[in-house]
Write a protein of this length. Structure first.
Ligand code: ATP
Ligand code: MG
Length: 346
């Protein structure tokens, strides 16, 4: 069987280091491993509209921002197909058929959607499209016969929903769709990177993100202003590393070689954590180290972004080509689906 990746992002803002460690970094490794036959990366603008219906301009503008983030991180259009969801109507046809295989109460039980409804104060007025977006995600995944979906932890319920739809479809209409596997980052710190404010999730909408496109100075300021252990007041005080986002970011980004370069008094992160826990290591020093580590990772991304920003028509051309190629694949799957359902009359 072919090995196929599908993953993507909502164009609701620029991508941040949470997206990077949660999904983007892994996509690039998988892309360059050569292990996969096909890789599809979707800019999910139609999904973004399910909770931004009044703000289509925001979604429209962020399509190119997300594409720039992809390209500057190393997504290679020769190896990965980047596509724009709304331009592939076959996906919405599939969604319509899958909706008959899912109950409203099943959608209401989805813990990620539940949390998102609360965050958006949608309790009394959930747009139907928003409640149903996990079904549309199932269409996206199955349209490309994806076997592997590399995403962050919050996507687990979506993958479970997709697998249920696939099983139900195949059991009613015969073996047609492929059941995908989620691929989570193996580093625990990367599953759900907290915000700079220490809140549960770094998010475009919570103003607690470090963006891939932030300038060197913006990154420095955000790092130096980060939430740490509120009880670690004097340098000599013992500090907590659990729930301390500065250390979570170090877990996600730093390697032993960074200590050699920037803080040779420690061999590795465990030694540094032990010192912090004991007392005697100040937040400023830890933050300066984190800043150096992040700058090293982000600098080349920023540089490549500047280059791609000089030729926006070229970026749109990549999106157009990718979307066209992806549409052919989705159309083939839709034809198979309709044939299996015996709704091909002519
Ligand atoms: P929105 O607030 O519009 O939903 P978002 O920041 O949640 O935006 P998405 O486009 O929904 O971003 O998610 C894109 C991918 O990034 C998904 O695979 C998701 O799991 C992952 N992701 C998002 N935020 C984080 C985070 N803080 N840590 C790890 N992974 C994340
Ligand atoms: Mg999200």
């Amino acid at each position: 069987m072919k090995k196929v990746i599908l993953t993507g992002d909502r164009p609701t803002g620029r991508l941040h280091i949470g997206h990077y460690v949660g999904s983007l970094r892994q996509r690039i490794q998988l892309q360059n491993s050569g292990e996969f036959d096909e890789i599809y990366i979707m800019i999910a603008d139609a999904q973004a509209l399910t909770d931004n219906a009044e703000n289509p301009e925001k979604v429209r503008q962020n399509i190119v921002e997300v594409a720039l983030d992809y390209l500057s991180c190393g997504i290679d259009p020769e190896k990965s197909t980047i596509l724009i969801q709304s331009q592939i109507p076959e996906l919405f046809e599939l969604t319509a058929y899958y909706m008959n295989l899912v109950t409203v109460s099943r959608l209401q039980r989805n813990p990620t959607v539940k949390a998102e409804i609360q965050m958006r104060n949608f309790e009394a007025s959930i747009p139907v499209g928003f409640l149903a977006y996990p079904v549309s995600q199932a269409a996206d995944i199955t349209a490309f016969k994806a076997t592997t979906v590399p995403v962050g932890e919050d996507q687990q319920p979506m993958l479970e929903q997709t697998r249920e739809i696939v099983r139900k479809f195949n059991s009613i209409y015969g073996e047609t769709l492929v059941e995908p596997e989620i691929l989570l980052p193996d580093n625990k710190a990367c599953l759900r990177l907290p915000g700079t404010d220490g809140k549960a999730k770094m998010s475009k909408s919570l103003n607690n993100a470090i963006y891939l496109a932030d300038s060197e100075e913006e990154v420095r300021q955000k790092v130096m202003g980060m939430f740490t252990d509120p009880n670690h007041i004097r340098v000599t005080d013992p500090g907590r590393v659990e729930g301390n986002p500065v250390f979570t970011y170090l877990d996600a980004f730093c390697r032993d070689e960074h200590f050699e370069r920037y803080l040779p008094e420690y061999k590795n992160l465990d030694e540094m954590k032990a010192h912090y826990t004991r007392g005697g290591l100040g937040d400023v020093k830890v933050k300066k180290f984190l800043n150096a580590v992040l700058q090293e990772e982000l600098e080349p991304i920023r540089r490549r972004r500047k280059e791609f920003e000089r030729d926006i028509p070229y970026v749109y051309e990549i999106l157009r080509k990718g979307t066209e190629a992806a549409r052919e694949v989705a159309a083939r799957t839709l034809a198979e689906v309709k044939k299996a359902m015996k709704i091909n009359y002519f």
